[in-house]
Design a protein around this ligand. Structure first.
Ligand code: 13P
Ligand code: SF4
Length: 329
């Protein structure tokens, strides 16, 4: 079957918006109505007039659309779970709050911030404590806003993002479970989660490219290790990296430390993946054109598959945390 032709037909006949994150396979990315990074997609799905959203991405992204717009019907061709989001659940979150309480910090003096790469149950816990969601595009502003409350920031689940922004803002941070972490002495306390894809970029990779091409620019995502971020010329979210690379002179070589599918479609010339491996996100790559076709066909047949459901209590508090973010940026 020619899936592309059939997908185009179904998109015309059904009131459906197909959404894809930048890390999706090219053939899926090319056929989507809306593409973007996690912040852009959260915003644009909220404003989209269609009742049906078919989201090509990872689980927390489809869930976030459902939480922000509970009346929408959200389907995911593959309910693939981001490896980092899997590293924390409500129980682990509570244990980390308890860790701070055991070290003399009262619960009311903690302002939790969760990276959008987390389950709705974690966002709900954060929302209930008065906290906010952030993405890699707005983490600086969200942490700044959190600090204005005068409370300690508990940042979950990405230790790298938490530490990188703390470093950029001149704040003290530590990671629970790594070395000495005395929460009373720091501003930002990070949960010990990470992205296995962005851990693939190393200081050695930067040294290799700089020795081969002395004038090369190094641009990385803030999910990379702080030792890598410290040596980069530019650090930014997915959309910020795209903008940075597109504004470079075409003769300027650049090595980019983020997901392979995205880097591969950035520029035809002088753009390198900052790794000797092929850093694909395995879960983002799970979605195929056939999966997308099957999902659209299920709507046509009146038997929708892979629909995202979130319970009312979780929606109530996760929505608060997401809306507090959307108010800031
Ligand atoms: P962005 O917020 O930059 O889209 O990143 C999402 C993500 O999963 C990065 O690994
Ligand atoms: Fe999750 Fe990393 Fe994949 Fe992003 S690249 S979706 S953080 S596993």
């Amino acid at each position: 079957m020619d899936f592309k032709t059939e997908i185009d037909r179904l998109k015309k006949e059904l009131n459906v918006t197909v959404v894809a994150h930048y890390y999706q396979r090219d053939e899926v990315f090319d056929i989507a109505d809306i593409v973007g990074d996690s912040l852009e997609l959260a915003r644009r799905c909220q404003d989209d007039p269609n009742e049906w959203i078919v989201f090509c991405g990872v689980g927390f992204m489809g869930q976030s659309v459902k939480v922000i717009s509970p009346n929408k019907r959200v389907l995911m061709p593959k309910i693939a779970c981001c490896a980092m989001a899997k590293m924390i659940d409500g129980t682990y979150f509570d244990e980390n709050v308890k860790y701070l309480e055991d070290r003399g910090i009262k619960k009311e003096d903690i302002l939790p911030i969760t990276y959008i790469n987390s389950d709705a149950s974690v966002k709900a816990k954060v929302g209930e404590m008065g906290g906010m969601v952030c993405t890699s595009a707005n983490a600086y502003k969200i942490i700044e806003k959190g600090l204005s409350s005068g409370k300690k920031i508990l940042f979950v689940p990405d230790r790298c993002l938490g530490q990188n922004f703390a470093n950029q803002m001149g704040l003290k941070s530590c990671v629970i479970g790594i070395g000495e972490c005395n929460p009373k002495d720091v501003d930002v306390i990070c949960y010990n989660g990470f992205c296995s894809v962005h851990q693939l970029f190393t200081v050695k990779d930067i040294e290799f490219y700089r020795s081969k091409y002395p004038d090369i620019k190094i641009a990385v995502h803030p999910e990379c290790d702080p030792s890598v971020v410290a040596l980069a010329d530019f650090v930014g979210s997915t959309s910020q990296l795209i903008k940075y690379v597109s504004e470079l002179d075409i003769e300027q070589k650049v090595a980019v430390g983020t997901e392979y599918n995205l880097v591969n479609r950035m520029r035809d010339k002088n753009t390198y993946v900052l790794s000797s491996t092929k850093p694909e996100c395995p879960t983002m790559n799970e979605t195929t054109l056939e999966d997308l076709y099957n999902t659209l066909k299920s709507i046509e047949d009146g038997k929708p598959i892979n629909e995202i459901f979130v319970d009312e209590h979780t929606i109530k508090y996760a929505k608060l945390a997401l809306e507090r973010m959307l108010e800031v940026v």
